[in-house]
Design a protein around this ligand. Structure first.
Ligand code: ADP
Ligand code: ZN
Ligand code: MG
Length: 479
């Protein structure tokens, strides 16, 4: 399909359905381990294989994890909740139905990133099927019955950027709460995009896009669908309500199947599981849940802004890269006495220099041999004027590669900033004596030559002299 022009003037409506595998010891309804295995069909038992006569048991930890997410997004925790059977046949669903939730989800409402949420419910994951060899399909049941959280948003998202940001923010939240690793490449978090366009106030017909396995692909799939749907409408044709897949290689969506509706699944309450009155379970009380919430990404953002007045980009680096954030916190707590400026300086050196060196190695943060204590010493030296910013960069590089205290390194490399007036005066006198013709030109009115003397001074001292002090002394000598 050839689509080139973007047609303007259509309003985009997006609602997301996001699944995340929960990190628990055991599966949702049986005692099998919930772990990734290199060999297929290791973590299986008669329950998750759907053998007749077996009985499921609810994994309390999985319920608690969804409730934590609900609390974190300000959703309403259900008083009454139950599980339902969602009936359909597929080789990856051994029972012939999936245990999910329908009318009474664990959580209703809430907001994240300014997006209203519809619900969050708990269900079980399906097995994983592969079709690598033509004519042969293989099924691995290790994943069958893994606790799966599903979060559904209201149709209130209006651009690909907003959709990607929401996904990233949810991923971050799940990781902060330690309820899921939410790695999209590993399929631990899966995003389905419901998308429609319309020129009027009413919603257009939506399509649902599946198999998207990165945030970048979320954006690309949305942009592609915009072009496809608007082109259809411009030609006077209709958008068909259907499920479409995302083809990463071709960068297109393609029709998979006509959308089934809820009644096709013949949902009914799971007769083998008890209904739950959550408000009567002490462990799930408001206070208990609240007290087990860690500091959330947004709370951390606000604290960094309020306490340290950092740049927004630096804050985002610390929020999204927790190793860098933890390092910064350690440093910042030791620098409080030196004031906001010192902390901002530390933030700069971490996000630009240290992170830069670390990225040359790999994508995870490695402060190298720079211990937090040594780093604090470095910032203290800069603040005291013992190191110029140029000198500090050189010292930090050596600290990163070989380690050691900044003071020892600066001494060894003769980088301690000289603000001793007599010493600087001697250097300045020598430069002036060595360059009589420049002095004559300067005195004849070419004042820009002042820069020459300062430059020479910096060169001779390898940047270890305080440029302001040097300038004053040279001006004085040249009078
Ligand atoms: P279905 O019954 O087809 O699954 P739902 O009402 O459950 O539809 O909504 C599923 C998702 O689609 C939700 O995230 C919702 O916000 C979103 N959605 C609903 N209507 C539209 C629309 N017209 N355009 C885009 N997204 C929509
Ligand atoms: Zn099992
Ligand atoms: Mg739905």
């Amino acid at each position: 399909m050839e689509i080139s022009n973007v047609v303007e003037g259509y309003k985009i409506t997006i609602g997301l359905e996001i699944h995340a595998e929960l990190k628990t010891n055991s599966k949702m309804f049986c005692g099998c381990a919930n772990s990734s295995e290199s060999l297929p069909n290791i973590n299986i038992c008669p329950i998750c294989m759907g053998h007749p006569g077996t009985l499921p048991v609810i994994n309390k930890e999985a319920v608690r994890k969804v409730l934590l997410v609900g609390k974190a997004v300000g959703g309403k925790i259900a008083d009454f909740t139950e599980f339902d059977r969602k009936n359909y046949f597929y080789p990856d669903i051994p029972k012939g139905y999936q245990i999910s939730q329908y009318k009474f989800p664990l959580i209703s409402g809430g907001t994240l990133s300014g997006v209203q949420l519809t619900r969050i419910h708990l269900e079980e994951d399906t097995a994983r099927s592969t079709h690598d060899t033509p004519g042969v399909s293989l099924v691995d049941f290790n994943r069958a019955g893994v606790p799966l959280m599903e979060l559904v948003t209201e149709p209130v998202i209006h651009s690909s950027t907003e959709a990607m940001n929401f996904g990233k923010e949810l991923q971050l939240l799940l990781q902060y709460l330690q309820v899921s690793d939410a790695n999209m490449e590993k399929g631990e978090m899966r995003v389905e995009v419901n998308f429609s366009v319309s020129k009027s106030e009413e919603f257009g017909t939506k399509v649902e896009i599946k198999n998207i396995n990165s945030f970048r692909a979320v954006g690309k799939a949305i942009d592609f669908e915009y072009k496809r749907q608007t082109a259809l409408l411009e030609k006077g044709e209709k958008v068909i309500q259907e499920t479409r897949g995302w083809d990463e290689n071709k960068g297109i969506t393609f029709s998979q199947r006509k959308k089934e509706s809820a009644h096709d699944y013949r949902y009914f309450p799971e007769p083998d599981l008890p209904k739950l009155l959550l408000s009567e379970i002490a462990e799930f009380s408001d206070e208990n849940l609240k007290s087990s919430l860690p500091e959330l990404p947004n709370e951390k953002r606000e604290r960094y802004l309020k306490d340290f007045k950092l740049k927004i980009e630096d804050i985002e680096t610390f929020i999204t890269n927790r190793e860098v954030g933890d390092y910064f916190e350690q440093v910042a707590s030791d620098l409080v006495a030196l004031g906001d400026e010192a902390i901002k300086l530390a933030s700069n050196y971490i996000t630009s220099d240290l992170l830069g060196y670390s990225k040359n190695i790999d994508s995870s943060f490695k402060p190298g041999k720079v211990t937090a204590t040594n780093f604090v010493q470095l910032i203290t030296m800069i603040k005291k004027g013992d190191l110029s910013s140029r000198g500090a960069k050189d010292v930090l590089k050596i600290m990163f590669e070989v380690g050691g205290s900044p003071e020892a390194i600066a001494n060894e490399k003769d980088l301690i900033q000289k603000s001793n007036i007599d010493e600087i005066k001697k250097i300045a006198e020598k430069i002036i004596n060595d360059n009589p013709e420049v002095v004559i030109e300067y005195k004849a009115g070419k004042e820009s030559l002042l820069q020459f003397f300062i430059g020479e001074g910096m060169k001779v001292t390898k940047g270890s002299v305080n440029p302001g002090v040097l300038k004053t002394i040279i001006l004085d000598l040249l009078k």
